[in-house]
Design a protein around this ligand. Structure first.
Ligand code: SF4
Length: 403
């Protein structure tokens, strides 16, 4: 194996960018306020982009800015394209991710230091298309999620630029997000970042008989969604295939999700490069702690079967994440925590972080900022003080231990 593969993580905010980098992402992708999907993500201001790039570069990580909206004329008048590209180049953004050849061509001509990557929105599935884009100056292609491992092996052999492959996160029932369900049902445009996940809603299924429709589903609702993607068991194959970058989906996800998923893939990738024996069950169990939907290997393992479809449309929000460390006063053994889910005295928690292995902790007492003792932390974002006699640091996560 030659150069180490890139682990690329999503970041919907500056705080998430820092978490992703601290937990081991080689690169992060973010959306600015212009030309980006994920309209509802807490997209980065121009100052945030600069701060994010500075932080990432100090920690040997890269930043790519998404510019993959299906742009309308008004998008171009909101902020001048050339000015935006020049700004991104001036603050040392490493690359942009585009789906429009127009935006790509402007970037290539006026901001040559920015790498241009072709987004998965372009649905690229063959080496002819990859090499055509390469001839225009595109430096990397994000493959459509619909290609399988066998096809990826062929593509990496024939392609003249690096390939990026999705390994984790949400999947669409339609081809690489080319879907209008959300537009039709709630007037929210999936191709402008507004998808309402209509494929995951609960539907009744009816069969038409001569004079009436008869409901077919008796007890359960019906939905048309796919399971989320989880490629833990295929990472070694993707590394050996010569893929350049492994991408995690989810700019709307929480800090806890980012920390758990990035840390899990980081440790797995490092273990593979170190030639260690891999206990895949361990990694699958770890990653499950941040998942609220069922997962599968999607299209990567070959033809889609019944196992890649979702039959229970209900999300199961994870209650395991209870907070994260804002600070640690080492002399007093005091951890300052931001609460994210209910926990109480008597609960057994688990701390983990970029430099902290999973460490069990029983809550004996907890304190508020004014020094008063409490038995329970019921309020989101509440600041709680805990006696912790092992060293923790800002950004370490805390979850409720199960079982
Ligand atoms: S509704 Fe479902 S299939 Fe359509 S874009 Fe949204 S997630 Fe994808």
């Amino acid at each position: 194996m030659k150069n180490k593969i890139e682990l690329l993580a999503p970041a919907g905010s500056l705080e998430k960018l820092k978490i992703a980098v601290m937990y081991g992402a080689d690169a992060v992708y973010i959306g600015g306020k212009f030309y980006s999907l994920r309209a509802r993500a807490n997209n980065f201001s121009l100052d945030d982009i600069k701060e994010g790039v500075d932080f990432a570069h100090k920690n040997q990580s890269k930043v790519y800015v998404t510019m993959n909206v299906a742009a309308r004329d008004e998008d171009f008048s909101e902020y001048e394209l050339t000015e935006y590209l020049k700004y991104l180049e001036s603050v040392d953004v490493d690359g942009i991710i585009v789906s429009s050849m127009y935006i790509a061509s402007v970037a290539l001509s006026i901001a040559p230091k920015l790498e241009v990557h072709m987004s998965t929105q372009a649905s690229i599935t063959n080496s002819e298309a990859v090499n055509y884009l390469a001839s225009l100056g595109i430096k990397r292609v994000v493959l459509a999620r619909e290609v399988d491992l066998e096809q990826i092996r062929l593509l990496t052999k024939k392609s003249k630029v690096g390939l990026e492959v999705f390994i984790h996160g949400g999947m669409c029932s339609s081809f690489s997000g080319r879907c209008m369900l959300s537009n039709y049902y709630v007037n929210r445009d999936a191709n402008r970042g507004g998808c309402a996940h209509s494929c995951r809603w609960n539907y009744n299924l009816y069969k038409k008989s001569l004079f009436k429709y008869k409901k077919v589903n008796k007890d359960n609702y019906f939905n048309i969604a796919s399971k989320d993607l989880c490629a833990i068991t295929l990472i070694k194959d993707l590394i050996e295939a010569g893929v350049e970058s492994l991408k995690i989906e989810g700019r709307m996800k929480s800090e806890y999700y980012i920390a758990t998923v990035v840390r899990c893939y980081r440790n797995l990738i490092d273990a593979i490069y170190n030639g260690e024996d891999i206990d895949y069950n361990y990694y699958l169990e770890e990653i499950k702690k941040a998942e609220n939907r069922e997962t599968s290997t999607g299209f990567l393992a070959g033809g889609i079967t019944v196992n890649e479809q979702l039959y229970d449309s209900n999300d199961h929000p994870t209650k395991e994440f209870v907070g994260y460390v804002l600070d640690y006063e080492e002399d007093k053994h005091l951890a300052i925590i931001e609460q994210r889910n209910h926990f109480k005295v008597g609960d057994t928690l688990e701390f983990f972080g970029p430099n902290l292995k999973n460490t069990s902790y029983k809550v004996e007492k907890m304190m508020l900022e004014d020094g008063s003792m409490v038995d329970v932390a019921p309020h989101p974002k509440q600041t709680i003080y805990l006696d912790v006699n092992f060293r923790v640091a800002r950004g370490d996560m805390i979850r409720k231990k199960q079982g």
